[in-house]
Design a binder for this molecule. Structure first.
Ligand code: SF4
Ligand code: SF4
Length: 75
């Protein structure tokens, strides 16, 4: 028996210049694909970074949670 499971693979791009380091996107991703960087941006905030593109389903939870519209989600 075969299962036809259509899981769309996605990716995100984080605009580090807009990131305020709130970590809401880290909590929002069900697959743990976002972590905080040790680097800081021009505001002095540690920024979010995408750590593993292979499991991203483009669910957009991270983008919806970001109060600074810093995350774009692509399929
Ligand atoms: S789109 Fe969904 S799976 Fe992909 S990084 Fe954002 S929350 Fe995680
Ligand atoms: S939710 Fe937005 S502002 Fe907050 S850490 Fe993630 S990318 Fe940065």
């Amino acid at each position: 028996m075969f299962f036809n499971i259509d899981i769309k693979m996605g990716k995100i791009i984080i605009n580090e210049d807009r990131c305020k380091g709130c970590e809401l996107c880290v909590e929002a991703c069900p697959y743990g694909l976002i972590e905080m960087s040790v680097e800081v941006n021009h505001f002095g905030y540690h920024t979010a970074q995408f750590v593993n593109g292979k499991e991203c389903t483009a669910c957009k939870f991270c983008g919806m949670m970001c109060p600074d519209f810093a995350i774009d989600v692509y399929r």
